[in-house]
Design a protein around this ligand. Sequence first.
Ligand code: SAM
Ligand code: SF4
Length: 450
Amino acid sequence: MQTCTIKTVPSKTFYIETFGCQMNAHDSEKVVGTLVAQGYSQVETVDAAGLVLYNTCSIRDKAEQKVFNRLQNFKREAGKGKIFGVLGCVAQQEGEKIFDRAPHVSLVAGSASYTRLGEMLVQLEAGNRRVTGLSLDTDQTFDTPFTRRDNPHRAYITIIEGCDKSCAYCVVPFTRGPERSRTSESVMAEAGQLGEQGYTDIQLLGQNVNSYRDPSAAGWDFATLLGRVAGIAGIRRVRYTTSHPRDFVKPIVDTMDANPVLCDHIHLPVQSGSTRVLGAMDRLYTRDDYMRRIDWIKNAKRRYSLTTDIIVGFPGETEEDFQQTLDLMDEVQYDSLFSFKYSPRPNTSASRMEDRVSEEEKQRRLVIVMERQRAIQIRRNAEMVGGIQEVMVEGRNHALGQWIGRTSCNRTLNFTHPDTNGNDLAGRYLSVRVTRSGPNSLVGESATVV
Ligand code: SAM
Ligand code: SF4
């Protein structure tokens, strides 16, 4: 590690911008808590901050470029005594090369090093302008009592970090390190505390949340943990994301069926409908294996909303492979999905594969997936018109005079409500009749008197 000392942090204020997934959003909540515990205060603009942090995503090339553009925009600010730090996946992936590409950056740290964040801040305060946290050699998870949660009603809890799979396209094992689960005791303690603090909605997080394996003697698997978290006093909704299909076992569905606190939603990323492509991706399941899991879900006691991730244009994906993905979408009838053009990532085995699909062809396939899915969503959402849904109120759209709610099946349901005498309904649970539907949301009215 090089050391070059200039003046100390001008003020203990920081600004943080987060890119990417919910894991990153929640990591930022923990980073913010750690900074605040160390005497820093958060500000809303880069201008007002002494320390500027970017918590980054490198899952696709576009996400990675965003952070370098930001750093470029604020290059001149470094001369005014501001300190810049790059956290998260781009930091881990690019490492000390970031200092060459953006010399005004003073801190580069991946998520596996956040347990050392306090120590790294002390080094910055002491004037070190080349501080790094890049080791992936850890069996620790970033458990902290200092988390600063952004939402007063819904709370994220990371139960497992890193990933031990090696999907050919994916950079995560290189940026987030080996898989490590928290003890069930620490997860239960955090969830119990959240219940006591008035949180009612909990989301369990992990790159592969269902690969969870309690490292303590209790040895709980994911289904057991799910059932126990759902039983905590005060908790009305529990969700989880993301599940790997290989580790999605039947007891998870049975536990959900037995416990209405576990939301009516399962996100099960398929990536491709072609067994040949799934093999090339090293996904560890076939189309049939995946469809068996869909059958468990469709034959369950409750109706679950199903969502997925799809990658188009993986190296060697033929028109026939692509058709199989479209057929699978028709068969499953997903309630929603995220679709991505394959993006080659550093270090991954797919980045060395030949037989690339052209950018134009990837774009064409992406548009077909999006259009096909839009038609499915229009149909599925229309089926909900006339029914009653329980929503948790998330906020208000003043312009439309509507409240914004989320159903257990993870749909946005915007609704009107009789005069509430100016009550803020955020965080309340209400029954809403669905009156209209669109491709991405529902509209309704609540008759509940508050
Ligand atoms: N662990 C989850 C799983 O196994 O399904 C996925 C987590 S990954 C962070 C989120 C999604 O990003 C993936 O499901 C995949 O669809 C997409 N993704 C990952 N790498 C990609 C790449 N190189 N190009 C395009 N999409 C990618
Ligand atoms: Fe990436 Fe595969 Fe791990 Fe998911 S399971 S995070 S896609 S390597």
